[in-house]
Every structure is written in structure tokens, then in C-alpha cells.
Design a protein around this ligand. Structure first.
Ligand code: ZN
Length: 486
């Protein structure tokens, strides 16, 4: 995931679970004694291969990873034409893999499985002793390595399960498309952007599933299975004040730095209005049953009406809940002046906004100008807005997720979530292909290591994710026949 504050905020908001968790943690089963079946063993091999191919932006190579997976698909009997390694023409290291699992009598548009195979930089010397970020290490019930959570677990699971379907000769009423892509974490050769521009037909789907969701647990106790159905829009603005300047021994009241500072002061006191959408309303509704005390009451209230100022105020004290309820804009960079002994001719600030998906960046721009309230402060877009419309939470997607969740974890609730950061889902949502962040891979809400040192994923959680995604994908793809061994 591009932005991980979400998980840190989750850590804060679930403090209240700790008592319950301690009581039940005794039931947690040690996971390093698992006996793997054939499908799990294949998954483990694929996972290991992916982790051990360095796919960082600096020196890594997603083409290598894409090709390694292509070899497996061809060996499993996928026709050459349905296994495409598509490399960015300007950078040979930025390859993507698109595989199509064909269904004989497809009656519906394809289902897309999306996972990025690039990873965030990692240096061995920054990790604990005996852990190499580019070696898969299994220890004490965890898999360690860069990408173990973000996002090579999902990538490996999709590969293993698709190969499994081929072995079973499973038939569906739609094709399944797998896209393993480059440069989600940064870099200039984003896979989805490249594929949608140059190979749209290969990845065109009715809807898709991707990272961005996942389960949350504490000390082995599962809290909820999250479905990311929308995400906020990343938009930065440049604020700039120009002034004729002059000698600093002869100052005037009209000073670029003061003007900018005064505008920023006004902005710091401003809150964008609360504006819930289908996903965040559903989130607060569901979480009110999981949370306790005042927070539970406030969530219940806010889910039905946003006119209770006190409830809104209490929830807004949590940066995460606040970010779910409204657009936020915050000053992140500041510069001004050119010499210690000169009046500043320019003063600049960068404002980073996270805009609710149902709001328009142009309106936020207008509002910023109004709040800054100084026509000398020019406000411009740093980059073009990339809107990301929410994906509808209809029964066609939610029922299968609920059924698979219930089959595996009984009463663990399915909770819709809105990402406060961004994933590659946005490029598909933008063009009308709904995307859902859902994996059934649970991670501890107090132990987020994605992008950081000693990234890890629970071994048991990994194989459970495989089973969950197997059930979910079969259901979403409309499985027609029981497994027939060739
Ligand atoms: Zn990611």
C-alpha cells in the first residue's frame, strides 16, 4: 500500500479491544507446525520465489518476477497467448504480467485479480540480525521478507490458485484475469496506467479485487474482515505569495512571509464539513457493534445523522475517524525568502489534501482560496486531480464476501472501509471498473510493518488468506463445475 497511516490509526482505535483479546489469546494456535497440502506447498514455493526476486524501484526488476510467474503458468498448461509479459518500453525493469483463465462458455464480463509485485526499498543492515529482506524466512509462525504483506502474499495466492483451477479444470461463467503490476509504491512506470493505456482489452473487466482491505486481529483474535470500496483522493496545492522585496533595513508591513503565515493560520483553524458516504456510513454502523462505550454510541449516532455536533466532535478527536468523515488539507512544506538581509520576494507552502471521493477537487480549491482569504496568496494544483469514485457495495460483491468470511471465521463481521491513502484501484475506478480491496489475510492492528523493517505475515493467516480468496474468487467468477481431475 502506498500510504500506511491507516493501519497506525487502526492501532489507536482498537485499544479498547485489548481486554477481550487477552482473555481469548490462549486459544491462538501455534502455526509453525502446519502440515501443508499440495496447493499450500505450491503457494509457499511461489511466495518464496517472488520475495527472493528483488523488485524495488532502485535496483529491482519486476520483469524478472513477471517472467518467473509466466514460466509457471506455461508449465501448468496455460496457452502462450494467455500469458503476457508486458514491459514498459522506456524501462526494461518495469514489466507486468497479465494472465487470462478462459472459461468455455463465458456469459459475463471478466473478473480482475490485481496485485502489485514491486516493493518498497529495504536494506539488509536496517533489518534484524539473520533476516535478509530478500530471503523468505519462516520463524516463530511468521514469514519475514520485503513484500510478505505488501503485496506479494496476494500476488502469490492469485498465481497458486489460478494454477490450481487449471489442474482441477474448474469452469466458470466468466474469464478470470490476473494482472501482476509494477510501480505501485512509486516509480514512473505504473503498471495499471501502462496497461490501461496500451492493453485495455487485456485487463478490461466487470470489476476486480485488489489490496487495500484485509482482516484485522489482535493477539490472534479476529476483529473484522475489511473491504476497501473507496479511497480518498490525493491532491496537493501550492500556495505562493510574491512581493517586490527590498532591503531588510527598510521593511514595510506588506511582507510575503507574513501574508502566507497569516493565511496558513486561518487554514489551521478550518475544518472541512463532515460528509459521509455509503462506505463510511456502513463502516461506522458496523464498528458501533464492535466498539464499546461512548465511541460505540457516537458511531451509531453519526451513522444515522450528522447533526449531533458533540458526537462529531468526540469522534473527530481521533485523526483516523476525522479523516474518514471529512476532506483534510494540511500544510506539509514551507519555504520563503532568498537572503537573511533581504525582504522576501516569494513565500511558498505545500498543502496536501486528502479529498473525500464524492467531493470535487475544484470545489476544494475554491474553498481553500476562500479560507486563506487573501488575494495575494495564489493557490494552484501541483498535479492534475486523479478522481477515484467509490465502488458500489452491492449484494453481488458483498454477499460472496460475507459467505466466505462466515464459512471460515463464523461471526467475524465484514466491514466496508474507505482508504485514507491511495492504491492502484483508483486507475480502474476512474474508468468505471469497480474495485474492492479484500484479501481475508489478517494482520495484527498493533503491528504494522509494511514499508518498514522486518516486514512479516503470519503463516497461518497466509494460508487462510489462500483459502478465503479461493472461495471468494470461485464464487465471484461463478464456478460451474465441481473439480474434475484431469
Ligand atoms: Zn501495496
Amino acid at each position: 500500500m502506498f500510504f500506511n497511516l491507516t493501519r497506525q490509526f487502526f492501532a489507536l482505535l482498537f485499544l479498547s479491544f485489548s481486554l477481550v483479546s487477552i482473555a481469548v489469546s490462549q486459544q491462538t494456535v501455534k502455526s509453525d507446525t502446519l502440515q501443508l497440502n499440495t496447493r499450500q506447498q505450491m503457494l509457499r514455493d511461489i511466495y518464496k520465489e517472488l520475495i527472493e526476486i528483488n523488485t524495488t524501484d532502485s535496483v529491482g526488476d519486476t520483469t524478472k518476477a513477471a517472467e518467473a510467474m509466466a514460466v509457471r503458468f506455461r508449465a501448468a498448461g496455460f496457452p502462450e497467448a494467455d500469458v503476457r509479459v508486458l514491459v514498459h518500453p522506456e524501462n526494461k525493469r518495469k514489466g507486468n504480467l497479465v494472465v487470462r483463465y478462459r472459461s468455455a462458455n463465458a456469459t459475463r464480463k471478466p473478473l480482475l485479480l490485481l496485485a502489485h509485485i514491486d516493493v518498497v526499498e529495504a536494506r539488509k543492515e536496517d533489518w534484524s540480525d539473520n533476516l535478509d529482506p530478500f530471503k523468505l524466512t519462516e520463524r516463530d509462525g511468521y514469514f519475514y521478507g520485503r513484500g510478505t504483506t505488501d503485496d506479494k502474499a496476494m500476488a502469490a495466492i492469485f498465481v497458486a490458485n489460478l494454477i490450481g483451477y487449471k489442474q482441477e479444470n474448474a469452469q466458470f461463467d466468466r474469464d478470470i484475469i490476473l494482472a501482476l503490476t509494477a510501480d505501485e509504491e512509486g516509480g514512473d512506470f505504473n503498471g495499471p496506467v501502462f496497461l490501461l493505456k496500451n492493453h485495455r482489452d487485456l485487463v478490461d473487466a466487470e470489476f476486480g479485487i485488489n489490496e487495500g482491505g484485509g482482516g484485522k486481529q489482535r493477539k490472534g483474535v479476529k476483529l473484522f474482515n475489511g473491504v476497501q470500496a473507496s479511497e480518498k483522493v490525493y491532491q496537493s496545492f501550492l500556495l505562493e505569495v510574491k512581493n517586490k522585496g527590498g532591503h531588510s533595513s527598510l521593511p514595510s508591513k506588506d511582507n510575503a512571509i507574513y501574508r502566507l503565515a497569516a493565511g496558513l493560520e486561518r487554514l489551521s483553524k478550518f475544518d472541512f464539513p463532515v460528509n459521509l458516504n455509503e462506505v463510511t456510513r456502513g463502516y461506522f454502523q458496523k464498528m458501533s457493534a464492535i466498539e464499546t462505550r461512548q465511541t460505540a454510541t457516537d458511531m451509531k449516532t453519526v451513522a444515522s445523522t450528522t447533526s449531533d455536533a458533540e458526537a462529531l466532535k468526540r469522534l473527530s478527536n481521533s485523526p483516523y475517524y476525522n479523516a474518514l468523515m471529512r476532506t483534510t488539507c494540511v500544510a506539509t512544506k514551507l519555504e520563503g525568502g532568498h537572503a537573511e538581509n533581504a525582504l522576501p520576494q516569494t513565500a511558498r507552502a505545500t498543502i496536501n489534501c486528502r479529498i473525500l471521493p464524492q467531493e470535487d477537487a475544484k470545489d476544494i480549491h475554491r474553498k481553500l482560496i476562500e479560507v486563506l482569504a487573501d488575494d495575494q496568496i495564489a493557490v494552484t494544483f501541483i498535479k492534475e486531480p486523479k478522481p477515484s469514485p467509490p465502488s458500489p457495495l452491492n449484494a453481488g460483491i458483498m454477499r460472496p464476501i460475507e459467505i466466505a468470511t462466515r464459512a471460515m471465521w463464523k461471526d467475524v463481521p465484514v466491514v466496508p472501509i474507505m482508504g485514507t491513502g491511495a492504491t492502484d484501484s483508483l486507475y480502474f475506478r476512474q474508468i468505471g471498473i469497480p474495485m474492492y480491496g479484500v484479501s481475508g489475510i489478517f494482520s495484527d492492528i498493533d503491528d504494522n510493518r509494511a514499508h518498514g523493517r522486518d516486514e512479516r505475515l503470519g503463516v497461518r493467516e497466509f494460508y487462510e488468506g489462500q483459502e478465503f480468496l479461493d472461495r471468494l474468487v470461485k464464487s465471484l467468477a461463478g464456478e460451474k463445475t465441481a473439480a474434475i481431475k484431469k
